[in-house]
Design a protein around this ligand. Structure first.
Ligand SMILES: Nc1ncnc2c1ncn2[C@@H]1O[C@H](COP(=O)(O)OP(=O)(O)OP(=O)(O)O)[C@@H](O)[C@H]1O
Ligand SMILES: [Mg+2]
Length: 227
């Protein structure tokens, strides 16, 4: 299992390859709900900012979370999908792909949305990809869904994003631990333990199985508890 330092080295190598193509490199982080993607990305971004390539500053790395492309409740209500928030069709997949594409080449600042867990809503322009960025780290559960061959996913637009990522890492911890953390997080954000467990079974776990179909296509599997 790699160390965090080795992962930082790997991103440096990726950025070097991106530089050769004249655009930013994109690292995609995927994994089931609760696997620890956001926690790993936070640690990775801090480590990368602290160790930029020679001559560059902390803003050499930028963050584009798919979480920011959750449909807002107003749209989920229109579609009758509020009770399935987190499923592939509850994101703006094509909007995500379009912004990801801009983030690869734009010479100006690209403002990108974030996600507020207390509100459970996306927030426009919460983050920025600055002109100095050389690599974009995108945490996006469904990045490899386009490789599933399912026409429904193609229809939703997931194939577009898949083609814009240079390398993907699949974040994985043992399933029972992941589930335990997921239930605890739902409780922390206001659900009763019973409602949290039901949400995990009925919403998160079907999504987890979909995301797992992308695992064979990932370039690296990372257990964040073993870094
Ligand atoms: N090493 C750890 N020890 C204890 N708790 C952890 C650890 N890593 C992550 N967690 C907790 O597990 C939960 C899930 O982690 P995180 O939010 O990083 O997962 P995620 O893969 O980003 O989930 P999602 O797909 O829903 O965004 C969080 O509440 C987080 O605080
Ligand atoms: Mg997350």
């Amino acid at each position: 299992m790699p160390t965090l330092d080795a992962l930082v080295d790997r991103v440096h190598a990726l950025a070097g390859r991106g530089g050769a193509t004249g655009r930013r490199a994109v690292l995609g982080i995927i994994g089931a709900p609760g696997a620890g993607k956001s926690t790993l990305v936070d640690a990775l971004l801090a480590a990368l900012a602290a160790r930029p390539p020679a001559g560059e500053g902390a803003d050499w790395v930028a963050h584009l979370p798919l979480d920011g492309f959750h449909l807002a409740d107003a749209q989920l209500d229109r579609l009758g999908r509020r009770d399935r928030k987190g499923a592939p069709d509850t994101f703006d997949a094509r909007g995500y792909a379009a912004v990801l594409d801009r983030c690869r080449t734009a010479a100006h600042t690209v403002f990108v949305p974030g996600f507020e867990r207390d509100l459970e809503q996306p927030i426009a322009a919460a983050l920025a990809v600055l002109p100095a960025a050389r690599v974009v780290v995108t945490e996006g559960n469904y990045l490899l869904l386009g490789a599933s061959g399912d026409p429904a996913h193609e229809e939703q637009g997931w194939g577009e994003a898949a083609g814009l990522v240079d390398e993907t890492w699949y974040v994985e911890v043992p399933d029972d631990l992941r589930r335990e953390r997921l239930v605890a997080r739902h409780v922390r954000f206001g659900k009763t333990p019973a409602a949290a467990a039901a949400w995990v079974d009925e919403v998160d776990e079907p999504n987890a199985r979909l995301i797992a179909s992308g695992r064979p296509h990932a370039d690296l599997v990372v257990d964040p508890d073993r870094l």
